[in-house]
Ligand binder design. Structure first.
Ligand SMILES: Cc1ncc(C[n+]2csc(CCOP(=O)(O)OP(=O)(O)O)c2C)c(N)n1
Length: 679
C-alpha cells in the first residue's frame, strides 16, 4: 500500500506527518509520469508543482477555502489528492479525468479553465462574494471563514487579464493569496520585459541569501504570531520575509519570497503564516519545471505536454526500460507522433514565403512550437516575434506592422484568438489593415477538451466586413491559401487547420490557386460547373466541406458511390466568407441537396453562411443541411472519437448524405441561369 493509496481526500493527507510528505511527492510523480508516458498530457508543469500542491492541501482546507488554478494544466497532483486517483488511467479521455480543472468531476475544481490569465480575477470575484455572504475569513470575527488562494505561473501573470486581476486584487481588504509559481519557463522561454525582470530577480543575491536564512527567520517569529501581527509589530523577521519594493507592491499586494517550492520545511511554515494574513499577498515560489524526471527537467518545452512516449535504452541490444521509474541510466525518450502535422507544414511554408517576400513578418503569442513559428523564428529572428501570452497585444502589434507596409502573419491557436477578437475588429478590420491569421488547432482538439476546441473562429470573424476566411484541407491547399492571403491587401484574412496530420489523399493532384469566394470541386465527374454538363453529371447530393472535413467527405462519397450507387459531388469550399454563392445557386436551382460540413460550431459557421446565401438568392434553403459541432460542449477524448461523436467523420457524413438524398425533392428540369446573373 502506497501513501497515495491511503488518500481519498485532503483530510487523509492532513493525517500524514510532514516527514512523510517527500515520499508522497515521489509517489505522485511516478503515477503522473507513468500515465503520461501512456496517454500523453501535461508533464513538466505538473511535476513542478507536486510539493507546492501537497503543501497547499496540507495547510488549507479547500473543501471550504477556494483554490483557483490559472491555465489549470498543473492540476494533476491536486486531482490525485482530491479523490480522483481512479480516473488517472483514463486521463484526457471521456472515461477518465480531464487534463484541466473540471467542476463536473469534483467540487474541489471551481472553474473549467485552460486559457491563461483568468484565475486572479475569478478569485477576486469569489473573495468578494464570500465577503458579501459573510463567509470570508476574518481573523477577529470569522477565523474559520473561507480563504482564497490562486496559483499562477510566471509566464501567465504577464497576461493582460492577469494584470487586470492584480489591479482588482490590490483593492481587497481581506485575506487573498496569489501564489506565483516561478519556474522561469513558459512552454518555451518566457518573453517580455516582466519575464526579464523575474529572471534578474531570480539570480539576485537577495534571493539566495533569503533562501539560506528563510528557516532561521521563521524561527525568529514569536510562537503563533501571524504575519499581520508581525507586520504590525514590525518584527525583523517579517521585514526580511517581505520583498519590499517588489513589482507587485505597486498593485497593493504584499510580496513575500521567493521561497523554495520543493522544500516542505519552507513551504508549510510560510503557507501557515500566509493563511492567516488578512491582506492581499503574493507568495513568490521558485520551482523547477519537470522536477524529478531528468528528461523533463532538461527539456521542459518538449515535455510541457508531450504525446505518449517511451523510455528506450540507448543500447539497442538491451531490453526496453519502460516501467515504473521511466528513467534508467543511458536511456533516451521517444515521443510517439503520427505523421507530418499541419503545424510542421505551416512552419516550412512560412519560411519559404518569408525567403521570397522580405515584407512578411510573423508572430506567435507564446506558442512558437505549437504553431510552427519556431521555424521562422530560427531563420528570420528579426522579422519574427514572440509576444508571450499576450494575444491582444500581438494582434495590435501586427496591425501596427501592417500600417507601416509589412505583411503580418499571426499564428495562433483558434481558441486563443478569442482573446484578440476586439483587436481583430478595431485595429485590423475597421482600418482595412491586412493582418493574416493562421489558425492552428481549429476545430476539435482531442485530449485538451472543451477549454481548447477551436469552435468559434469562423463565427467571430464572419461578422467583420471585408474579412476573407479560408481553410486548408491539406498541405497543398494550405500553401495556396497562405499565398492568397499574402496578396489579399484589403482587409483581415484567415486560414484555419486542425490539430492533425496532413492528408496525402490528394497528393499529386493539381491544387489551383485560391480565388476570392470560389470553391474547388474535388469530384470532377460530378461537377455541376463542368463544361457541357447538362444533366448527366448532376449529383444526387453535393457536399460543401470547409477545411479538412473535405477529405472525410471524399471518403464518404466513395463509399456512397459503391454501396448506394449515389452520385455525390464534393467541394473544398475554401471560403466561409465570401461563400461561393454562384455554386450554391446552381446546385439549389437543380434541386441538388447541399450538405455543409465544418469542424466548427454550426451556430454562426460556414453552414450558416451557406444558408444565408441560399436565402438571399431566393432559393430553397430547406435543401441545405448543416453538419458541424452541435450547440453543446464536447469534452476530452481522442480527436477521432470526437469527430465521430458529432458525425463529421466519413461514416457520419455518409449517413447524413444518404438521408439528404432520400429527402430530396424529385429532380425536375429547370432552366439554368447563367452563372454571372446570380448575385
Ligand atoms: C490565453 C492563452 N494563451 C496561450 C496559452 C498556451 N499556454 C498554455 S500553458 C502556457 C505557458 C504557461 O506558463 P506558466 O504560466 O509560466 O506556467 P508553467 O507551464 O511554466 O507552469 C501557455 C503559453 C494559454 N493556455 N492561454
Amino acid at each position: 500500500m502506497t501513501l497515495l493509496n491511503t488518500i481519498s481526500s485532503p483530510a487523509d493527507l492532513r493525517k500524514l506527518s510532514i516527514s512523510q510528505l517527500p515520499q508522497l511527492a515521489q509517489e505522485i510523480r511516478e503515477s503522473i509520469c507513468n500515465q503520461i508516458a501512456k496517454s500523453g498530457g501535461h508533464l513538466a508543469p505538473n511535476l513542478g508543482v507536486v510539493e507546492l500542491t501537497i503543501a497547499l492541501h496540507y495547510v488549507f482546507d479547500f473543501a471550504s477555502d477556494r483554490l483557483l488554478f490559472d491555465v489549470g494544466h498543473q492540476c494533476y497532483p491536486h486531482k490525485l489528492l482530491t479523490g480522483r486517483q481512479h480516473m488517472l488511467a483514463g486521463l484526457r479521455t471521456s472515461a477518465g479525468m480531464s487534463g484541466f480543472p473540471e467542476p463536473r468531476e469534483s467540487s474541489f475544481d471551481l472553474f473549467s479553465v485552460g486559457h491563461a490569465g483568468t484565475a486572479i480575477s475569478t478569485a477576486v470575484g469569489m473573495a468578494r462574494g464570500d465577503t458579501l455572504a459573510g463567509e470570508a475569513f476574518d481573523p477577529n470575527n470569522k477565523p474559520d471563514g473561507r480563504r482564497v488562494v490562486t496559483l499562477i505561473g510566471d509566464a501567465s501573470i504577464v497576461n493582460g487579464v492577469a494584470m487586470e486581476g492584480l489591479n482588482g486584487a490590490g483593492m481587497l481588504k481581506r485575506q487573498f493569496l496569489v501564489i506565483l509559481n516561478d519556474n522561469g519557463m513558459s512552454i518555451s522561454k518566457p518573453q517580455g520585459a516582466l519575464a526579464a525582470h523575474f529572471d534578474k530577480f531570480r539570480l539576485s543575491h537577495r534571493y539566495s541569501e533569503f533562501k539560506k536564512s528563510a528557516k532561521e527567520l521563521l524561527a525568529q517569529l514569536p510562537g503563533g504570531q501571524t504575519l499581520k501581527q508581525a507586520c504590525h509589530y514590525g518584527s525583523e523577521a517579517f521585514k526580511h520575509m517581505v520583498n519590499e519594493g517588489a513589482w507587485f507592491e505597486h498593485f497593493g499586494l504584499v510580496t513575500v519570497g521567493p521561497i523554495d517550492g520543493h522544500n516542505f520545511d519552507e513551504l508549510i511554515p510560510f503557507l501557515r503564516e500566509a493563511r492567516n494574513f488578512d491582506k492581499p499577498m503574493v507568495l513568490h515560489v521558485k520551482t523547477v519545471k519537470g522536477k524529478g524526471y531528468s528528461f523533463a527537467e532538461k527539456d521542459s518545452s518538449t515535455f510541457h505536454s508531450p504525446p505518449a512516449f517511451s523510455a528506450v535504452s540507448a543500447d539497442p541490444d538491451s531490453a526496453s526500460v519502460e516501467g515504473s521509474k521511466l528513467e534508467n541510466e543511458g536511456c533516451r525518450v521517444e515521443l510517439k507522433r503520427d505523421g507530418r502535422s499541419f503545424t510542421s507544414a505551416f512552419g516550412e511554408i512560412l519560411v519559404d514565403m518569408m525567403t521570397h517576400d522580405p515584407k512578411i513578418v510573423a508572430a506567435t503569442a507564446a506558442m512558437p512550437d505549437g504553431t510552427g513559428i519556431s521555424k521562422p523564428l530560427a531563420k528570420f529572428p528579426e522579422r519574427t516575434f514572440d509576444t508571450g501570452i499576450c494575444e491582444s497585444h500581438a494582434l495590435d502589434m501586427m496591425s501596427g506592422l501592417a500600417k507601416t507596409g509589412f505583411k503580418p502573419f499571426f499564428a495562433v491557436y483558434s481558441t486563443f484568438l478569442q482573446r484578440a477578437f476586439d483587436q481583430c475588429f478595431q485595429e485590423s478590420a475597421l482600418q482595412g489593415l491586412p493582418v493574416r491569421l493562421c489558425l492552428d488547432r481549429a476545430g476539435l482538439v482531442g485530449g485538451d477538451g472543451a477549454v481548447h476546441h477551436g469552435f468559434c473562429d469562423i463565427a467571430l470573424l464572419r461578422v467583420l466586413p471585408g474579412a476573407a476566411i479560408t481553410a486548408a484541407i491539406d498541405e497543398a491547399s494550405m500553401k495556396a491559401a497562405l499565398e492568397f492571403m499574402r496578396t489579399y491587401e484589403t482587409g483581415l484574412s484567415s486560414c484555419r487547420w486542425p490539430r492533425d496530420a496532413v492528408s496525402s489523399k490528394l497528393d499529386g493532384k493539381p491544387c489551383p490557386p485560391f480565388v476570392l469566394g470560389k470553391a474547388r470541386c474535388l469530384t470532377p465527374e460530378f461537377d455541376i460547373d463542368a463544361p457541357g454538363n447538362n444533366g448527366s453529371g448532376v449529383p444526387d447530393v453535393a457536399i460543401l466541406a470547409f477545411g479538412t472535413t473535405a477529405i472525410d467527405a471524399l471518403a464518404a462519397a466513395e463509399q456512397l458511390g459503391s454501396s448506394d450507387n449515389l452520385r455525390v459531388s464534393v467541394y473544398e469550399a475554401r471560403f466561409a466568407k465570401p461563400v461561393d454563392s454562384q455554386l450554391i445557386g446552381r446546385l439549389l436551382m437543380r434541386k441538388v441537396p447541399i450538405i455543409t460540413v465544418e469542424d466548427h460550431s454550426v451556430v454562426g459557421g460556414f453552414g450558416a453562411a451557406v444558408l444565408q446565401a441560399a436565402q438571399s438568392l431566393g432559393l430553397d434553403a430547406s435543401q441545405v443541411y448543416t453538419l458541424g459541432l452541435p450547440d453543446s460542449w464536447i469534452y476530452q477524448d481522442s480527436r477521432a472519437r470526437q469527430l465521430a461523436q458529432v458525425g463529421i467523420d466519413a461514416p457520419g457524413i455518409a449517413r447524413s448524405a444518404r438521408k439528404a438524398a432520400a429527402n430530396s425533392k424529385p429532380q425536375i428540369e429547370v432552366k439554368i441561369a447563367p452563372a454571372t446573373t446570380i448575385a
